[in-house]
Design a protein. Structure first.
Length: 309
């Protein structure tokens, strides 16, 4: 039996047949409704006042919100009086999780992707989901907003016309130094994220490999106790090597190489040369003075090299 509410089985009136060469017009959604698709939504990095009206509109309209931690996002949404269906999507999510979200998008739903704080995909999960959505022909857009990377860069008082965001440095010393060495010649301001527990070590490694470039360390951005320290790398390394590590995460911004400056001396090479004729203690003292890196850091490295030899 033909559904009386449908057009199936009904004869068209003369002159109402669609023109064969004319593409059908896209369906129009009611006024005020957002189009379906994947929305990458930035959220505050500390100050709730940075939550944009557009972000609130999207999250309130979303059929599903994919978030790094449902507890963190739920707290944010409650503060704004928004109710939404949440699903976890993070670094440990499986391909099946991603496929499930893409299928939701395929069905014509609106899905918002958020991280715990800041802009998703910037050292946060999401790239694979965006790639899968694009490959599936799904509409993808973004609601830009807070980013600790950009915030720290503009507060650093360092050149902003060209910069490279390099994410987190490796935790192990050798891998960290190698990663920094690979960036040493990049003619741009460098931006790193770092745990404050490793801040002193990372700053010392940066000073060792890059020399005493101007730099800045920003933490607690947009919060009550926001702090930005601007000084040469060696001074910052010494500052954070003393006392207990501050809480949270930090952003390290390092100025570009000086094209007229002599290339920084490799401390490992200097240490090996010094160890050939000096004790570990004397070699460390000599190299620390030559490079500006703390004696404690250089001495630890000198011990490693001497044992390896």
């Amino acid at each position: 039996m033909t559904d009386p509410k449908s057009d199936k089985g009904r004869a068209r009136k003369p002159g109402t047949e669609p023109h064969p060469s004319r593409a059908p017009e896209p369906s129009k959604r009611p006024a005020g409704r957002l189009d379906p698709g994947l929305y990458i939504v930035a959220t505050p990095i500390g100050n709730l006042g940075d939550f944009t009206a557009r972000a609130a509109e999207i999250l309130a309209a979303a059929d599903l919100v994919a978030c790094e931690d449902t507890r963190v996002t739920a707290k944010l949404l409650r503060a704004k009086g928004i109710r939404a269906r949440l699903v976890a999507y993070h670094d440990h999510s499986t391909e099946a999780d991603r496929i499930s979200i893409v299928e939701t998008l395929r069905s014509g739903k609106l899905v918002a992707l958020v991280s715990d704080a800041g802009t998703p995909l910037i050292s946060d999960p999401g790239y694979k989901l965006v790639r899968a959505a694009v490959d599936a022909g799904i509409h993808v857009t973004a609601a830009p907003g807070p980013s600790s990377v950009i915030d720290a860069l503009v507060l650093s008082a360092l050149p902003t016309d060209r910069f490279l965001f390099a994410g987190y440095l490796p935790a192990k010393d050798k891998a960290r130094r190698d990663a920094i060495a690979g960036l040493a010649a990049v003619p741009a301001t460098l931006v790193f994220l770092e745990s404050t527990r490793r801040l002193g070590e990372s700053l010392a490694a940066l000073a060792t490999v890059l020399g005493d470039r101007p730099a800045a360390v920003a933490r607690e951005l947009t919060k009550l106790h926001e702090e930005v320290r601007r000084a040469p790398l060696g001074d910052l390394a010494a500052s954070y090597a003393e006392g207990p590590a501050p809480k949270g995460e930090a952003v390290i911004v390092v100025g570009p190489p000086d094209p007229d400056a002599a290339p920084a001396q490799d401390p490992d090479t200097l240490l090996r040369e010094a160890l050939a004729s000096m004790s570990v203690r004397d070699a460390a003292a000599t190299v620390a003075e030559a490079t500006g890196v703390s004696r404690k850091q250089v001495y630890a490295r000198a011990l490693e090299l001497s044992r390896g030899a």
